[in-house]
Design a protein around this ligand. Structure first.
Ligand code: ADP
Ligand code: MG
Length: 734
């Protein structure tokens, strides 16, 4: 007999185990049984070709219409061979055909003669406008005019179709699964009996058997519903435990003071805070005064003024005797925060300097490229407590960065940091953990918040400061309107003539070997630009010699040294640069209110939220912002609609939905490497809001009743596995 932990090697023998391992890195029976069928095929029905995903390995049931063999001569010489071309139909109207070519298998001519019904597996590609299966394998089911003729022959009508590879077909996986299910002991159930009854879910053992070998589709759905719930439930149990743990931690209270830096800062602000900034600010002020650490996520539209909210919170902490660390995802952004916070604070940031305010503090910057002398001073200021605010990139996570009394950690643009990275920084608070504020400009739907940030309280800034005009975005479709590009450069000139500044964004720096370039994305319509993405270096050179001759054009990208980037941003902020040709280094947070125009080249190569972030760099002051999205993607292609979708709305929440729909679930949760095993196989954080909310309630109840899960070993084990998986990912990334 076998359990989920038994190795597949033992359960089904070495050869099959090796194939499973090579294809999907499977080790145990549990790994195999968690490889769920992608769909259930009806043996009584041919597969509809119209929704076969391009580029994926599929298994279809089809009927051959034409089978032709012809001689061919191999390219590099050698003996004459046979090529057998098979055209198959999905039985609809004869117009939807699938073409398959078999080389050196002359027997296929007889095996697949017209009218044969067979399972075909292979990768879907497009060839001269026809769907084609490349490197197909086949398994004959029968022959005839009507599929019903075969129905009696085999008992199983519903066939599970698995994600498969060229070497390991869906059928081969089915065989392995069948063998394993025969010897499997019923695994224990991690859902308490009464919860199962209450929610009307089948047992785990039943679900595991039914998802692989259901009698019919409704049975398959009951299995999927149960297993989908489990995915949400284990995740929510982890989060419930984490919340509980944090609630039990002590923190130093930092209540707001009437006579501190924070009040002085408020009094000298050059603008009035928005209602949202005040409301969220009050929540944070209360959090900081409690004896448990704050864990709050602040989400807000691009330009909604999150930084001021964070600065006020940091000053409250300093007033309470603590220090604050501000973690930014890029050097450009860290340097900008440093510059703008220093200038916002004025004399309040000149602690220990002549002319500094009494009880003023210091704001220091610490990134990978901070020169040695300044770095030493910054480290010293952090360790001695002189620096009230320490701003930096990942460099802040390094061990030698010490604080005298770290009272608060602010993480800007959260989506670049994982839970563990947050933990590495909060660990620097010593025995009493600091308060944590996480800021993100990528608004996330509620379910995603419950899943990805389920351990945080969420605040949202909905409004933009008064006087902002919405950014206008236009698509420049150079495929149909090549002349519009010239017009775009003309617009850049006009803006500069008016005293404004502009960004030109390209997907690539330039000068890198071709192998280092990302593969072009092939979208649904098979649109794939044949040229490499445009590069900053090439575009800048062309602009300087051509349409933007005479303007002060500079390049900004990730390969420049830290000081160079810093210097460029400083000069751009000061207005000494007219046009910055840049990569996405300017994507997050860069704040130059005088910049009014952005031209994004190869716009279809950027993601939805990336484009939204990018255009958020213009229209930040009172000048209206304009964003021109230049694309060669033809009208009607998926790429083009994505770009048009971004142009059509500036509502970040709507866009983040659009974005998430375009991505795989795994990416949403941060596990983006293709082929990685995700802990979510059935659960969709977008569609399954009800499941997630239900699982969250149950998890909260279960964890409250039994915080260590001592009474439910299988749940405890599942929780451990998920935590270990998350940690493993963190290690891989760092
Ligand atoms: P984000 O939320 O995108 O990080 P920032 O905090 O960078 O936005 O703020 C964008 C700009 O708006 C900054 O120049 C900031 O000084 C300004 N700002 C913030 N709050 C207000 C306000 N209440 N009124 C006017 N301008 C504001
Ligand atoms: Mg910001």
């Amino acid at each position: 007999m076998a359990t989920l932990d038994t190795s597949i090697d033992r359960a089904i023998g070495g050869k099959a185990a090796k194939a499973l391992h090579q294809a999907f890195e499977m080790e145990t029976v549990g790994d195999l049984l968690c490889h769920y069928p992608r769909r259930l095929a009806d043996k009584g029905k041919l597969t509809d070709f119209s929704d076969l995903p391009l580029g994926e390995h599929v298994t279809v049931l089809a009927k051959t219409v034409v089978v032709k063999s012809s001689p061919f001569w191999p390219k590099h010489g050698g003996r004459r061979g046979t090529r057998t071309e098979v055209r198959a139909t999905d039985g609809t109207d004869g117009r939807r055909e699938l073409v398959m070519t078999f080389f050196q298998q002359p027997w296929k001519q007889g095996q697949l003669q017209a009218g044969t019904i067979a399972w075909f597996s292979g990768k879907v590609t497009l060839y001269r406008g026809h769907r084609q299966l490349s490197n197909p394998t086949c398994e004959v089911v029968g022959r005839g005019s009507d599929l019903d003729e075969f129905e009696g022959e085999e008992t199983q009508r519903w066939v599970p179709i698995y994600p498969a590879t060229a070497k390991l077909t869906s059928r081969a996986i089915t065989d392995c699964v069948e063998q394993v299910l025969e010897v499997l002991d019923d695994p224990p159930d991690l859902l308490p009996e009464e919860v199962r009854a209450e929610l009307g879910l089948v047992s785990y053992a039943t679900a595991l058997r039914r998802i692989h070998a259901p009698a019919d589709p409704p049975e398959w759905e009951t299995a999927r519903a149960r297993l989908r719930f489990d995915e949400a439930f284990v995740l929510q149990a982890v989060l419930a435990q984490r919340r509980r743990m944090m609630m039990s931690l002590p923190a130093v209270r930092r209540p707001s003071r009437e006579d501190g830096l924070r009040s002085r800062f408020d009094a000298q602000l050059p603008f009035t805070l928005t209602g949202g900034q005040l409301g969220v600010g009050a929540d944070i002020a209360d959090d900081l005064a409690r004896q448990h650490p704050m864990h709050r996520l602040l989400q807000g539209e691009v330009g909604s003024g999150k930084t001021v909210v964070a600065v006020r919170a940091m000053l409250q902490v300093i007033d309470g005797g603590g220090q604050a660390a501000l973690l930014a995802p890029t050097e450009v952004l860290a340097a900008q925060h440093h510059r703008s916070i220093v200038s916002m604070l004025g004399p309040m940031a000149e602690g220990g300097l002549l002319g500094g305010d009494q009880d003023a503090t210091r704001v220091v910057l610490l990134t990978g490229s901070t020169p040695a002398a300044r770095r030493r001073q910054a480290l010293l200021d952090a360790a001695s407590g002189q620096a009230g605010i320490v701003i930096g990139t990942h460099a802040l996570l390094e061990e030698r960065v010490q604080f005298a009394e770290l009272g608060m950690v602010v993480v800007d643009e959260q989506h670049r940091f994982g839970v563990e990275q947050r933990a590495a920084l909060t660990g620097k608070g010593g025995f009493t953990p600091p308060h944590v504020l996480v800021m993100t400009a990528t608004p996330i739907p509620r379910t995603v918040a419950m899943t990805v940030f389920g351990d945080l309280d969420v605040s949202t800034l909905h409004e933009l400061p008064a006087g902002r005009t919405a950014i206008q975005s236009n698509v420049v479709p150079v495929a149909e309107r090549p002349d519009w590009l010239g017009r775009a450069w003309q617009r850049v000139r006009e803006e500069v003539d008016k005293g404004h500044q502009a960004y030109v964004v390209c997907p690539r720096i330039g000068g890198e070997p071709e192998s280092a370039m990302a593969e072009p994305v092939l979208d649904d319509e098979g649109f794939s630009p044949r040229r490499p993405p445009l590069a900053v270096a090439d575009v800048a050179a062309e602009l300087v010699d051509g349409p933007l001759a005479g303007l002060r054009v500079f390049m900004l990208h990730g390969r420049l040294r830290g000081e160079e980037k810093d210097d460029l941003m400083r000069r751009f902020t000061a207005g000494d640069i007219d046009v910055l040709v840049a990569t996405t280094v300017i994507e997050v947070g860069v704040d130059v209110p005088n910049a009014s125009l952005m031209v994004v080249l190869d716009a279809e190569r950027f993601g939805v939220s990336q484009l939204h972030q990018l255009r958020g760099r213009v229209g930040r002051g009172t000048t209206p912002g304009l964003c021109l999205l230049v694309t060669e993607a033809p009208a009607g292609s998926a790429s083009r609609s994505r770009v048009e979708g971004v142009a059509a709305t500036t509502d970040g929440f709507e866009l983040s939905r659009l974005d998430l729909q375009n991505r795989r679930e795994g990416d949403v949760l941060g596990a983006s490497q293709a082929g990685r095993r995700s802990s979510l196989r059935l659960l969709s954080v977008l569609r399954d809001e009800g499941v997630i909310a239900g699982a969250r309630d149950v998890a909260e109840r279960v964890v409250t009743a039994d915080p260590t899960l001592a009474g439910n070993p299988s749940l405890a084990a599942a929780v451990d596995r998920l935590v270990a998986l998350e940690q493993a990912r963190y290690l891989e990334r760092s």
